[in-house]
Design a protein around this ligand. Structure first.
Ligand SMILES: NC(=O)c1ccc[n+]([C@@H]2O[C@H](COP(=O)([O-])OP(=O)(O)OC[C@H]3O[C@@H](n4cnc5c(N)ncnc54)[C@H](O)[C@@H]3O)[C@@H](O)[C@H]2O)c1
Length: 477
């Protein structure tokens, strides 16, 4: 929790919570986040304590794979009524298992429902039954995951219609959750069933604290899924993070280094001191370079051949600026600089690295968009254009890069507590902070954890995705 969000602290104090209840004010709760690596006891508690209740519709084909993943994640599970087959899957996988009974007062941390076999809208009632029985038991900062089949590959128009309906269900349910809980929909293509690990590892842990109401598609993977390695999954890999001297970029560099990567931290020459401090702390390397300069690509390639000759595995286009003005008052320079830094330079860097063969097979490109690029924002025609363009870049390049076994995705942050948002006038800042399902701003680490998930070696089924890290902001679709 940042000290700047005084209301969050107040609403969770003894007096404040009573007052907030009496006045009908929102009561955002402090979200659970990952402890620092090194504190193994806290880490184990954060990841392995949860209990899951599992249900499904029809023959629920994803449940056997889910049992295996929960076993790997060390999460015990209970079967929802009518899902007794789960007990045998779970027993075979080695997770302790029994039947869920709402009257026993158990507090599951996760509710998982395999909806992928729902083939007509009538069968959607199974969602109602499962969540009607289980939702009130969900623990603080709990997780709801609904697993579906991408509507585009469903066998019949009726099945496709029903699968598309899951989005409305999950987005609404996410808005009903309280006490820091979140809900997501995972559409899983048939060959992606074996590629659930990194995604469940992300969503069933505090890493996904500020992601809610998202519909994410796991496609038939563009990569072989490598052997699992949960601690330091990026060991031996090289990552480039632009705008790494502070804010969200510093958090991204920190999380990727925590996960084992050598991080090349890039920022403008004016930020050299802060940049060197970050790179030294992370045992990475610093490259002071304005990404809009004509020689930026060549400079980066030269730096990589000196510091990481094996090639690049992860490229994060985080550097970005705002120059807010209504269009009539906006100068030509304000338009040009925002477009060039936020999307022109990332495109040129991609091309330079691809042409030089520096992005090797299996590598990951991640852009940083914004909910402004999805919903639009007054005074941000330049910024929203550039961030929508980042989304366009991901959509246009994902099929092309898939042929080279490279994924490209983006995160779209909402209101994140940084120096940038601390400078926003009070009333606008408070509105931005509270207008989401979790009633609070996110932390830079929340964006960083989402990027580490997309960059995880086992995330080969994720490409062309734009994942909002916005606490389910009320702005935009
Ligand atoms: N803070 C939020 O709430 C929020 C919300 C949505 C999206 N974002 C996006 O997240 C990213 C990081 O935002 P932040 O809040 O950490 O911003 P920030 O201003 O704190 O950090 C941006 C960093 O990018 C660097 N940078 C700017 N121009 C550069 C250039 N030409 N070459 C190299 N480096 C350059 C800056 O020096 C700075 O260190 C941006 O792309 C931003 O648009 C932020």
């Amino acid at each position: 929790m940042t000290t700047s969000d005084r209301y969050l602290a107040f609403a969770n104090s003894a007096v404040g919570s009573r007052l907030a209840d009496a006045l009908g004010l929102p009561r955002p709760v402090p979200l659970e986040r990952m402890p620092d690596y090194g504190d193994e006891v806290a880490e184990a508690r954060a990841i392995h304590a949860p209990l899951a209740v599992v249900g499904g519709a029809g023959d629920a084909p994803l449940l056997p794979g889910l049992a295996r993943e929960l076993h790997w994640l060390g999460i015990p599970s209970l079967a929802h009524a009518g899902r007794l087959g789960w007990i045998s899957y779970a027993n075979k996988a080695g997770t302790m298992s029994g039947r869920f009974n709402a009257n026993e007062g158990v507090r599951p941390k996760a509710l998982l429902f395999d909806a992928s076999a729902i083939a007509d809208t009538g069968a959607l009632a199974s969602l109602y039954t499962f969540f009607h029985d289980t939702l009130a038991s969900l623990d603080r900062c709990g997780r709801v995951l609904v697993l579906g089949l991408p509507p585009s590959i469903a066998a019949t128009p009726h099945a496709s219609t029903a699968q598309r309906a899951l989005e409305g269900f999950v987005r609404s349910l996410a808005k009903e959750l309280r006490r820091g809980a979140t809900a997501q929909l995972l559409y899983i293509a048939p060959r992606a069933r074996e590629s659930l690990h990194s995604t469940l590892r992300f969503f069933l842990s505090p890493r996904a604290a500020y992601v809610s109401g998202q519909a994410i598609t796991l496609q038939n993977p563009v990569f072989e899924t490598p052997p699992m390695r949960d601690r330091r999954p990026l060991a031996g890999q090289v990552a480039v993070v632009t705008g790494a001297a502070r804010g969200i970029g510093e958090a991204i560099a920190t999380v990727l280094a925590r996960d084992g990567a050598h991080v090349v931290c890039v920022d403008i020459p004016a930020a050299q001191d802060a940049l060197s401090t970050v790179a030294t702390r992370l045992d990475g390397s610093a490259l002071a370079c304005d990404i809009t300069s004509p020689e930026a690509g060549a400079t980066l390639i030269a730096h990589l051949s000196a510091h990481a000759p094996q090639g690049l595995d992860i490229l994060v286009h985080n550097a970005g600026v705002t120059r807010d003005k209504t269009l009539v008052r906006m100068s030509d320079a304000q338009w040009q600089s925002v477009l060039d830094i936020n999307v022109g330079a990332p495109q040129r860097l991609n091309s330079a690295l691809l042409d030089a063969g520096a992005l090797r097979a299996g590598s990951r490109v991640v852009g940083v968009a914004s909910i402004s690029g999805i919903a639009g924002n007054r005074g941000q025609t330049n910024y929203a254009t550039s961030k929508a363009a980042v989304i366009g870049m991901v959509e246009a390049w994902s099929p092309i890069l898939a042929e080279r076994q490279i994924s490209i995705n983006a995160v779209a942050p909402g209101f994140i507590e940084t120096k940038m948002t601390a400078a926003v006038p009070f009333a606008i800042r408070e509105a931005g902070r509270r207008m989401n399902s979790l009633g609070q701003g996110g932390q830079p680490v929340d964006v960083a954890e989402a990027i580490a998930w997309l960059a995880h070696p086992a995330s080969g089924a994720l490409t062309g995705q734009v994942v909002r890290v916005c606490g389910q902001s009320l702005l935009g679709a």
